[in-house]
Design a protein around this ligand. Sequence first.
Ligand SMILES: *Cc1c(COP(=O)(O)O)cnc(C)c1O
Length: 377
Amino acid sequence: MIPFNIPPRTGEEEKYIQEAIASSKICGDGGFTKRCNHWLEEHFSAQKALLTTSGTTALEMAALLCDLQEGDEVILPSFTFSTTATSFVLARAKLVFVDIRPDTMNIDEKKIEEAITERTKVIAVVHYAGVACEMDTILEIAKRHGLLVVEDAAQGVNAYYKGKALGTIGDLGCYSFHETKNYSMGEGGALIINDPRYNERAEIIREKGTNRSQFFRGQVAKYNWVDYGSSYLPSELNAAYLWPQLLHADEINQDRLNSWNAYYEALKPLQERGDIELPTVPEGCVHNAHMFYLKCKDLDVRTAFISYMKEQGVSCVFHYVPLHSAPAGLRYGRFHGEDVYTTKESDRLVRLPLYYGLKEEDRNTVIAAVKRFFIGE
Ligand SMILES: *Cc1c(COP(=O)(O)O)cnc(C)c1O
C-alpha cells in the first residue's frame, strides 16, 4: 500500500536528540528551540518566532493576543481544520464563516467586507495547501476597518506571497510542525509575531502567565505571575527533531515540488478532458507543495475514486467537512451569505499521497491508477 503520508525524516534526528539529552536540558527554550526560532526569523524575515507545542497552540496564543471581548467576531473560512475555530472560541469570540474561492479553496477576499459588523475584530485567513490567500486585498480591508489579521499558515511554511513568507504578512502567523506537515517535530508549531507590540505578552502567555523570559534575560529581579497564560513551550527533544529538517528545508521543499509537478503534468490531460480539476496557484504565489489534490465531478465520483484507489494499493483521502455545518460550528458561529462553494467544493476534493521521499516509482503507480479510474484500461 502506498501511504498517504510518511512523516519527514532526514536521518540526522537521532544525532540531535542525543545531543539534547546529553545537554541535560530537555524542557523548553533550550539550545534547539532557540536555534529553530532564530532559523525561522532569519529565513522568513520574521520579526519574532516562538516554537510552540502545536499549530493549534500557536493559534490559541494568536487568538489570546488579539485581546477579544465576549461576543467579538472573527471572520474565517468554514473550509478549515477545527482548531482555526476552537482557538478563537477559547478567546470568547463568535465565529463568522465566509465562503471560499473554488480555485484555491481559500477564503474569498471579495466576500469578507460584507460580513464585517461593529463587533468584528479579526480576519483569520487559512493558506490552504500552502497557496496564499489574496493578502493585499485582505490587508487593505483590515486596515480600512481597523481589524487584526491572523494567518493560519499551518500548511504554509516556506511558501510565499509576492516575495513574503506566509505567516509574516498579517499581525500574527501560525505554523504547524505536526507529522503531516512539510517539516515536523511530531507535535509542534510556531507563533510568528509581526507587530513587535505583542512580543512581551506573547512570551508571558507562553510561559504560564509569568515573566520568566524577562527574568532569564535579567530584565526583572524575580519572576512573577503577571497575566493569563498556559504551557506552550515544546520540549527540547521535539525541537531537536525539527532542527535538521530546517537545515534541509530547501531539499525537502524541492523533493515535494518535484512530486507535485510530476502529478500536475501527468494529470493535466484529465483536466483537459473535463474529468477532473487541478489546483490553481495564482500569480505572485510560490507554494510549498504541501498537498496535491484534485477535484472529481461530485461526491459520488469521489467516493468511488477513493475506494478504487484503495483496491489499487493507493491511500487517497478527502479533507475538511465544513465547520459551519458541524455541531460545534452551529453552536459557535454563523455562515455569512450564501454557501456557494464551501460545501460543494469540499465534497469533490481528494488528496493524493505526497511526502518527502515519495519514490518516482510509487508516484507513477499513483498516476497510472488515477488514469485507469478516469479513462479506463
Ligand atoms: C495542521 C493544521 C492545524 C493544526 O496544527 P497542529 O500542529 O496539528 O495542532 C491548524 N490549521 C490548519 C489549516 C492545519 O492544516
